[in-house]
Design a protein around this ligand. Structure first.
Ligand SMILES: [Cu+2]
Length: 422
């Protein structure tokens, strides 16, 4: 089964399984029943456990294979600014090997546009993985910029690996030079939330965009650290400086690195904006808008990376049960409504959605029934490019099981959010 084929209707399948409610025709525009029924149980379990994220290919010897490519490009922010970034990406619709990628045309033809953070890599405990990093060079930097031709690695942050496959340059493996590749072979020992990032000139390369979530599953069930959950979201908090990135693009050197300052505070590469309909806002990203149904348990995997900002994650209306820190289950969980997360940390929490939550209005944000915000309470993280509230904020969007709706439908001007429908 071609993995990319699975993605389009994953949401529908996912909803059907997890709500245990027949929802005929709700997804009629995107489901393909014939193909759905041809899925093996194994495929269905895999889709369910990765929440629709693309998986690598599984080779004949049972090894997971991922091909990651480094390149540069632009990401668009809610204010219309195009910020030059570089990072990891992969083949269009898969993690397959696409062969030689040398030119800008090759990149555009063969690879997904670069994203910050790049797409999650899902692995399984005890199952070997070969992760090949291909350095395709920079394609949008100034001709004489020192950022051209730099090497990269993948450091598997939080995995207890031997240095040879852990991406610290020259300890003992040389970093991956332009037009070269290197294969990291790893077999995860522990489930949990981790991250990958480049370890060459780490300050510049990481902050320019070279990071992504790594999620390691114990098995094919929707459990983490022994806890069952109904839905899960990975929320990657990070800092970005468009000014520093521009200097890297133009010259390869950031002037006054000591004074590096973020001008964007991101969740999964986006900021919130007070235009609730903006398609590039955090809250209209299906990966970041926390959609759930009453009585469900939601697993949130928080991750953070940056120069010095500590995010203080604060949901309105819910306490969070902290179940794991840095990819390890806590001996006893504890509850928080304001949770600090610094660069490199991962914190996993469960949120139990009460039975009345779809009817509950958040008096502090007044966005509608079932909608409550979750934001950075270190308020600098709520300001991007000098504007508030443009920063790390997303929403819980809690619905009633009796009136199921498409969970990832963005707010649009044509069909504004109507709390009476939920
Ligand atoms: Cu790098």
């Amino acid at each position: 089964m071609n993995v990319s084929k699975l993605i389009g209707w994953t949401t529908g399948l996912f909803l059907g399984i997890s709500t245990c409610v027949a929802v005929p025709n709700v997804f009629s525009d995107e489901t393909k029943p014939d193909e759905q029924w041809s899925l093996s149980q194994q495929d269905q379990d895999l889709i369910s456990v990765t929440n629709g994220d693309i998986l690598g290919e599984r080779s004949k010897d049972g090894v997971w294979e991922y091909h990651l490519y480094t390149t540069d490009g632009y990401i668009e922010m809610v204010n219309g600014e195009l910020v030059w970034v570089f990072g990891y990406t992969h083949a269009k619709g898969s993690f397959k090997d696409v062969g030689e990628v040398k030119t800008k045309e090759d990149v555009e033809k063969l690879l997904e546009p670069v994203k910050v953070p790049s797409d999650p890599v899902h692995l399984f405990v005890g199952e070997k993985a070969r992760i090949t990093l291909h350095n395709t060079g920079m394609h949008c930097a100034a001709e004489n910029s020192g950022i051209n031709h730099v090497a990269h690695t993948i450091h598997f942050h939080g995995l207890d690996l031997t240095p040879a496959v852990d991406g610290v340059p020259s300890l003992p493996v040389d970093p991956v030079q332009e037009n070269k590749s290197f294969t990291y072979e790893i077999t995860p020992q522990y489930e949990g939330s981790f991250m990958g990032h480049c370890h060459v000139d780490s300050f510049n390369h990481i902050l320019a965009g070279m990071y992504f979530p790594i999620i390691i599953h114990q098995d094919r069930s929707k459990t983490a650290y022994g806890y069952k959950y109904d839905r899960d979201y990975t929320l990657f908090f990070s800092e970005l400086s468009s000014t520093a990135n521009e200097q890297l693009q133009e010259t390869g050197v950031v002037h006054g690195l000591q004074d590096w300052k973020a001008d964007y505070y991101l969740i999964n590469g986006r900021t919130f904006t007070d235009n609730l309909y903006h398609p590039l806002s955090v809250i209209n990203d299906p990966r970041s808008r926390i959609v759930a149904y009453e009585d469900e348990t939601v697993l949130l995997r928080f991750m953070a990376i940056g120069a010095d900002h500590v995010f203080a994650i604060h949901p309105h209306g819910y306490h969070m049960e902290v179940v794991a820190l840095d990819g390890r289950k806590l001996k006893s969980s504890y509850e928080k409504d304001t949770l600090c997360i610094a660069s490199g940390e991962r914190i996993d929490v469960l949120v139990k959605i009460p039975h009345f939550a779809s009817q509950r209005k958040c008096l502090s944000c007044n966005l509608g029934a079932g909608i409550t915000i979750m934001h950075d309470h270190n308020l600098r993280g709520m300001v991007s490019q000098g504007k508030y509230p443009m920063g790390a904020l997303t929403i819980f969007d809690v619905r009633s099981k009796e009136k199921a709706t498409k969970p990832d439908a963005p707010l649009t001007k044509e069909k504004p959010y109507n709390p009476l429908e939920h």
